[in-house]
Write a new protein. Sequence first.
Length: 234
Amino acid sequence: MTVTPTMTPKGTERGVWLDDSSEREDLTAFSERAQRLDQAAVVRLRSRPDGMVVAWVATGFDVLASRVVGGRVRPADLCAGVDALRSGLARMDRDGYVDPGYGMDSAWRGALPPDTGFVHLDDVPARAMLDLADRGLSLAREHSSAHGPPASLLDQEVVAVDSNGEAAGIQMRSVFALTAMGFLPQGQAAGEFAPESVNPDEVVRVRATPTWLRVDARFGTVYQRRGDAAALLG
């Protein structure tokens, strides 16, 4: 069946406008991954001064995930249910307009990381992160309950980074979030990752503020709270 795009509703005060179909594909992939982690996920969309839009979601690992797409959003900060957003993306019109559905601002819990102030600590090979994900997945299968991986596994600091006296640890929860959101280039078959399939020069960049650890991968970023992870939930 061929769906003919409709014109953007005149005078609409709420919506997302994406630059082109490739941006729709990126946001759709982000939304699909988010919904796999939580069927009732809420996606937060915020405008940036450079004309881009940042999509945010709570991953369920006490880690936030974000991806940047080209476009604009009105109002400049809105929240949408992931199912409604995916439906709107599937019907994006020729002007790039996406209807995000009913407002879900009251469903978002917790503060977002700052836009600036992150200090670069180190770069970590993407292969190493995928290898950790592979090993972590095996442990999760062995020890998980109906509530998911045990907190002791998620809390493990599996990568230590430092720069000029500033040290931080990447927890397994961030590794799981990176792979679950598809932010690393990865070959995956039968639930297994393939670190050897990734270019050895591929890295993730680790940055930090006193309260947040930020891990930038090729297809998106995850943010791990430094200190009390419960503060993410506000």
